[in-house]
Ligand binder design. Structure first.
Ligand code: GAL
Length: 674
């Protein structure tokens, strides 16, 4: 096995995108490379969907066009991120191995003509992907253009779960591995209920569509299994590449936009984290969703620099209404990713396709050509990134962690939960948004991580929490940390079984409170809470809390919790060891969270830098300098207090510095070693 490089062998910040030139004649290739040079592009992803044009029949490879393309790119100073096209097997593959097609939960056999249709558990598929990855790496490991390997494309979409016979067989093996024997499985799935007790492994199946809701523990395990199978496919390809090549290997994640894979586990398998991020047009503050994706990408990679593998120059083509980016928006998006640790800014795709499913998707070189505003902004962004090379390798630091656990997402989002209005994603967004508006930079973390370096840990929705992880959170508080937990947390263990002792029981020591009963509200029902002198309004949810040492800092004034013979406690605070545990038992929106989180900041010894509306400021820390990236999302100028040099304009800042409307400033300042 060859030793892997930590980062692609490239100067400065990488800039470019997916390049699919097999759609075009050779004269267009020559124009492409000239325009790449003009725009400062130094890295393109090639071959991600090229299987049918390279392996033209089983075991028959035609490398001619790829040889020519890699040579051309290299001659023009453009490096290559070389893809394995295993997200889209050729027509001949499915004709030869029809059993490798995916079967959906309702029993539909997925047809050819799209992409992502192959079963992750099919022996024929697995043999084919290893053969391709091996042949590709053997041929190009030494090619001077190749600086990075790009395995597959977006594992888990469009197809994750597979209900085919080979997947069911593999699921049984996975379960036997996890539980040892059928007794273990029966216990974990609680099969004594609803008469589901198993007496033979061959009776155990995937949680296919059934007349009523399917056993939630079975469904959760099937999600874990699916994630495991997809990762096993990645590892097969990665290791086939590593046998020949020393360049780093990656695969493109979708951070918060697809929740089918557990990116904490994936982060350990890739040499570099890559992420694809697309704005949700319906989200009026899409820059906050972008920041979540970027922070999550950095966090699952352990804080190391990461690659923004895809985003869009303007509109996408797959949302209900695909809004175009406004002037300056593409640069703000790109530099916001960079601010949060991305050292490579890439797009889908280089040149807009004339045919096929994605012809209405924007591109670096749009249908409108080089006279378009879009192209001019692409050239301008290339020039900007060219001035930011010294940021490479600098790191983001955070004093606050927000818990993000994919397994808890999967479990919470199953059917028959106490209220349809419970949403894991919504709570994470609300708490994150509060922190974003307050100018607090956060990492994401798992409840089992070492959290001792953080002043504040926020658990917006930790429905599934193992006893061991709860113990870790309790120790964090004991050691002086501040923990803020929102409702519907600490409810079940790894098998989706309610904790002994009831809801929140594993956190009762840290929080000084437990939950006797959930009190979901009706649609549109609200409940006022007295918080100090203030009145704040919650909705969706209340709980009957039983105090076990915590003080009540917020009390329900209306709603079902006031009917109980209790303190009507809504928000509690508990000193435990050297730290403090906060609990919030109702849904507060971003505005209502403000007074609560201000009090939490005070306990945590945090003094958020400011609340300049629409101004996003993140600092990257380098060996010799710090870099303050200020992104002005507003239509008017914004001022920041900073001393240094704006690397984008060359201007000096001495105290107050103005960032023009819609612009970005990147200021080199002295180091802050604090
Ligand atoms: C990504 C995908 C790309 C392209 C893009 C369009 O999810 O990886 O191949 O389809 O979406 O937005």
């Amino acid at each position: 096995m060859t030793e892997q490089s930590p980062w692609p062998d490239l100067e400065g910040i990488a800039y470019g995108g997916d390049y699919n030139p097999e759609q075009w004649p050779r004269e267009v290739w020559r124009e492409d490379v000239a325009l790449m040079r003009e725009s400062g592009v130094n890295l393109v992803s090639v071959g991600i969907f090229s299987w049918a044009l390279v392996e033209t029949a089983e075991g028959v490879f035609d490398w001619s066009w790829l040889d020519e393309l890699l040579d051309l790119l290299h001659a023009n100073g453009v490096a290559v991120d070389l893809g394995t096209p295993t997200a889209s097997p050729p027509a001949w593959f499915f004709a030869t191995y029809p059993e490798a097609r995916v079967i959906s939960r309702d029993g539909t056999v997925m047809g050819f003509g799209a992409r992502g249709m192959a079963s992750h558990s099919s022996p024929a598929y697995r043999a084919a992907i290893v053969r391709y990855a091996d042949a590709l790496a053997a041929r190009y490991a030494e090619h001077p253009a190749v600086v990075l390997w790009h395995v597959h494309n977006e594992y888990g979409v469009p197809v994750g779960e597979d209900y085919s016979p080979q997947s069911v067989a593999a699921f049984r093996e996975w379960l036997a591995d996890r539980y040892g024997d059928l007794d273990g499985l029966n216990r974990a799935w609680g099969t004594a209920f609803w008469g589901q007790h198993y007496t033979d492994w061959s009776h155990v199946g995937a949680p296919a569509a059934a007349p009523s809701t399917v056993n939630p523990a079975q469904r959760l395990d099937f999600q874990r299994f699916t994630d495991h199978q997809l990762r096993a496919c990645f590892i097969l390809e990665r290791d086939a590449i590593r046998a020949h090549a020393s360049q780093p290997v990656t695969t493109n994640f979708m951070a918060n936009q697809s929740l089918t894979t557990d990116l904490w586990a994936w982060g350990r398998e890739v040499d570099i984290v890559s992420d694809d991020h697309y704005l949700w047009a319906a989200d009026e503050q899409a820059e906050i969703g972008l920041a979540i994706a970027a922070d999550l990408s950095r966090s699952v990679g352990g804080g190391k620099p990461w690659i923004l593998m895809e985003h869009s120059t303007s509109a996408v083509n797959w949302q209900p209404r695909n809004t175009a980016k406004r002037p300056g928006e593409m640069a703000r998006n790109s530099l916001a990713h960079l601010a949060r640790g991305a050292d490579a800014i890439l797009f889908f795709q280089w040149r807009a396709s004339r045919s096929g499913a994605e012809k209405f998707h924007s591109a670096m070189l749009p249908h409108g050509g080089t006279s378009s505003r879009g192209w001019k902004e692409v050239v301008d962004l290339g020039a900007k990134l060219g001035r930011l090379g010294e940021l490479r390798g600098s790191r983001v630091r955070s004093e606050v962690a927000v818990l993000w656990d994919f397994e808890s997402f999967w479990a919470q989002d199953l059917e028959w939960r106490p209220s349809d209005d419970l949403s894991h994603a919504e709570r994470i967004r609300a708490y994150y948004e509060r922190l974003w508006l307050d100018g607090v930079t956060v990492d994401f973390a798992l409840p089992g991580h070492d959290l001792s370096g953080y002043k504040l840990v926020v658990a917006p929705a930790q429905y599934l929490l193992s006893a061991a992880d709860a113990e870790n959170l309790t120790r964090y508080v004991e050691g002086g940390g501040t923990l803020l937990v929102s409702y519907f947390s600490g409810v079940v263990d790894e098998t989706d079984s309610v904790h002994e002792g009831g809801y929140l029981a594993p956190l009762r020591t840290a929080l000084g409170v437990r939950v006797e009963e959930f009190l979901p509200l009706r649609e549109h029902q609200t409940g006022q809470v007295a918080f100090g002198e203030q009145r704040i309004t919650g909705d969706v949810w209340q709980e009957h809390l039983v105090l076990e040492g915590a003080e009540v800092v917020g009390r329900y004034l209306e709603g079902p919790a006031t009917d109980e013979e209790s303190d009507a406690a809504a928000i509690t605070r508990h000193r435990h060891g050297a730290g403090t545990g906060w609990y919030v038992s109702t849904r507060l929106d971003v505005a209502a969270l403000r007074p609560v989180i201000d009090a939490v900041y005070a306990d945590a010894g945090l003094a958020p830098s400011g609340r300049a509306e629409g101004l996003e400021v993140v600092t990257r820390h380098g060996a010799d300098a710090d870099y303050v990236v200020a992104i002005n999302h507003r239509d008017e100028p914004a001022a920041i207090d900073v001393t240094g040099v704006d690397l984008l304009t060359g201007a000096s800042a001495d105290g107050a510095y103005t960032v023009p409307a819609g612009a970005v400033a990147v200021l080199r300042t002295g180091t802050d070693r604090a």
